[in-house]
Each structure stands twice: as structure tokens, then as C-alpha cells.
Design a protein around this ligand. Structure first.
Ligand SMILES: Cc1cc2nc3c(=O)[nH]c(=O)nc-3n(C[C@H](O)[C@H](O)[C@H](O)COP(=O)(O)O)c2cc1C
Length: 336
């Protein structure tokens, strides 16, 4: 069985990947999408969303990282894929699932699910320019409004040369509203001859079990559930499906405290200080679904907007706070 860490633009970037993946459990992670629209993106663009390209396309925890492309012009997608392939990513993934209006207006992401011929052309054009040893995968939703063409879309990607498909079991119009329609993943898997990975609304071991049972698919990609519970994949690997007992949660929290300290430091290295509190609150907001200690921290910092204030709360909670007054040097090549 495979467990994959989902791409999540604006949430799961190189910083959070570096902090979460050492917990173990993931076969590979996918970056947030690189949007291709008419130009050849420079190398530094790919290195910015995937700094892991400089370390063998692996996170600090050793998890391989694949880079995702989003766009609608087959020739331009191919040019960019060739550029990206030159940086030796551990894989390239194509996005046919993004429901964001800004992306969809430019004929990118989930709206392409109404144009399976174009999905096929993009996949084929991209596969052609990539060295054989780099895998090409694709991620799709069930459709734009309904799942009527889901199988046709999956076949288009398979025939175009995708080596595996991740199916986020919702339509574009469903947005992120539960439920995810896991049985549809099974219908797609039966219709294509390539590995299919189920995705959507897997937050815990019980969801994982039901998703596998309802889809008949063994491999799962975790998105928000992985951020809300960084130990979920590790527990699933260990065969533990039930929620941890409070004592086990307490020891996970000790581990998580160290991770929060690491996260804070990495965020401060990457973003301008005024953006750091937002990133920290964003992660705690998801963590509080599972950790009462995170809920307490979140309530303490939610009204704060300056890092020194947040640092005081963190330090009082036993989180290691590396002094920043001297100013941490930004990591070269990363956006401020
Ligand atoms: C904030 C956010 C950003 C996302 N960005 C991407 C993206 O860049 N590429 C992509 O293929 N999917 C993206 N997704 C979709 C997720 O990869 C995943 O398919 C979706 O969240 C359902 O899985 P989950 O219920 O386990 O979170 C994003 C989802 C969220 C919540």
C-alpha cells in the first residue's frame, strides 16, 4: 500500500513538508502547482516551489518530492516539463483538479475535465519530452459538475502516458464540501489499467479504512488530514487505525512541540516577519482538530499579530524559540 502527501498551495509548502515528512509514512509528496501560462518558467521558479530539487528531490526527512504543473496549452506545458525535467525531479504531476476561479478562468485545473481530448493532448505532449526514468502522474477530480465523464477523463490520462492517477473524489462544483465520493474512485480504477490512488476526506484511521473499502483501492493520498495529524501516516503504516489514547497523544504532543519550534524557525527564514504569524496560526488551526494542546495555543495566539508576542506564548508552552532579533538570514533562492 502507498501513502502519498497531497499538494496544497498556500498550506503545504517546502517548509511544512520538511517538518512533517520526517515523521515517516509517506512514499512521496507532491508540491503545490506551478502555473504554466504562455511562458517558459525559469529554473529559479521551480527551485522556489521545490527547493528539494537541490537535495536530490527529497525532503529533509528523505521523502521524494514530485513537482506539479498546471496549464492548458500542450506545447507550453511540454516546454516547461522539459525545463523541469532538467532539474531531475523525482516525478512530475499534472493538475486537473484545481477549482480556483482565477485558475479556471484561464482554462486551467478542474475546468479541463470538460475537455478530455485536451487532457490527453497535454499528458501526451508532456510525456514525450520527459526522460523515461522520470515518472509522470496526474491528479483529477470527478468532473466539473458531475461524474458523467470521469472514466473518459481517466482513460484520456492513461492513454496519454500517465503512470498513475490520483482521484480526488469530488467534482469541481463540490469544492471541498464533504462527502468525498469514494466509490467513484473504484469505478475509475476498474476502467483503466494503471494504479489509481484515492483522495479526499481521509482524516483518521477509520476514514482510511472506509475509503479503501468503498473504493476498493489500496493507495491513499492524504491532504488536510496529514496536516491536522502529522503522525497519521506513520500510525497507518504501523497498522494502528484507532485514535491514540490520551497518553499516546501526550507523547505525540512532545514530538509535535519540537516540530512547531522547527516550523516557526523555517517560516521565519522563508517569509517576511509580518507573514509568519498567519502561517503559524494556519497550522495550529488544523492541529487543534486532534490536539487539545494545539487548541489552547491557538486560542492564546489567535489575536496576536507580532512574532515577539507569539514567541513568548510558544516559550511558555515549552516550544523552542530560536532568537530572531539578530535576524535570520533568508535561505538563498527562496522568496521573501
Ligand atoms: C489549501 C489547499 C490547497 C490545495 N492546492 C492544491 C494544489 O496545488 N494542487 C492539487 O492538485 N491539489 C490541491 N489541493 C487539493 C488537495 O491536494 C486534495 O486533493 C484535497 O484537499 C482533498 O484531500 P483532503 O480531503 O485529504 O484534504 C489543495 C487543497 C487545499 C485545501
Amino acid at each position: 500500500m502507498h501513502l502519498l502527501l497531497a499538494p496544497m498551495e498556500g498550506l503545504l509548502d517546502d517548509v511544512l513538508r520538511a517538518v512533517i515528512t520526517p515523521c515517516g509514512g509517506y512514499d512521496y509528496a507532491v508540491t503545490e502547482f506551478a502555473r504554466v501560462s504562455g511562458t517558459l518558467l525559469p529554473e529559479r521558479f521551480f527551485r522556489r516551489i521545490a527547493p528539494e530539487l537541490s537535495s536530490g528531490s527529497r525532503t529533509a526527512g528523505g521523502t521524494p518530492v514530485r513537482v506539479q504543473l498546471l496549464g492548458s496549452d500542450p506545447a507550453c506545458m511540454a516546454d516547461n516539463a522539459a525545463q523541469l525535467a532538467g532539474l531531475a525531479p523525482s516525478g512530475i504531476d499534472l493538475n486537473f483538479g484545481c477549482p480556483a476561479p482565477t485558475v479556471n478562468r484561464h482554462r486551467g485545473g478542474a475546468v479541463l475535465l470538460d475537455e478530455p481530448e485536451l487532457m490527453h493532448a497535454i499528458t501526451r505532449a508532456v510525456r514525450r519530452v520527459m526522460p523515461a526514468e522520470i515518472p509522470l502522474t496526474a491528479k483529477m477530480r470527478l468532473g466539473v459538475r458531475d461524474a458523467g465523464r470521469a472514466v473518459e477523463c481517466a482513460r484520456a490520462l492513461a492513454d496519454g502516458g500517465a503512470a498513475a492517477l490520483v482521484v480526488h473524489a469530488r467534482t469541481k462544483d463540490d469544492g471541498y464540501r464533504p462527502p468525498a465520493h469514494w466509490p467513484w474512485v473504484g469505478r475509475i480504477a476498474e476502467a483503466v489499467r494503471l494504479p489509481v490512488v484515492a483522495n479526499g476526506e481521509v482524516w483518521n484511521g477509520e476514514d482510511w479504512r472506509r475509503c479503501r473499502a468503498e473504493s476498493g483501492v489500496a493507495d491513499i493520498m492524504l491532504g488536510r488530514g496529514a496536516v491536522a495529524d502529522p503522525f497519521l501516516a506513520r500510525r497507518l503504516r504501523g497498522g494502528q487505525l484507532e485514535a491514540p489514547e490520551p497518553a499516546a497523544r501526550e507523547s505525540e504532543w512532545l514530538e509535535l512541540r519540537a516540530m512547531l519550534g522547527d516550523f516557526r524557525e523555517r517560516v521565519l527564514r522563508k517569509v517576511v516577519p509580518r507573514h509568519a504569524p498567519g502561517r503559524i496560526k494556519q497550522w495550529l488551526n488544523l492541529l487543534r482538530r486532534n490536539f487539545p494542546q494545539a487548541e489552547r495555543l491557538y486560542q492564546q495566539i489567535r489575536g496576536l499579530s507580532a512574532m515577539p508576542e507569539i514567541d513568548r506564548v510558544f516559550a511558555a508552552a515549552g516550544i523552542r524559540v530560536v532568537p530572531t532579533s539578530a535576524g535570520l538570514a533568508p535561505v538563498p533562492g527562496r522568496a521573501a
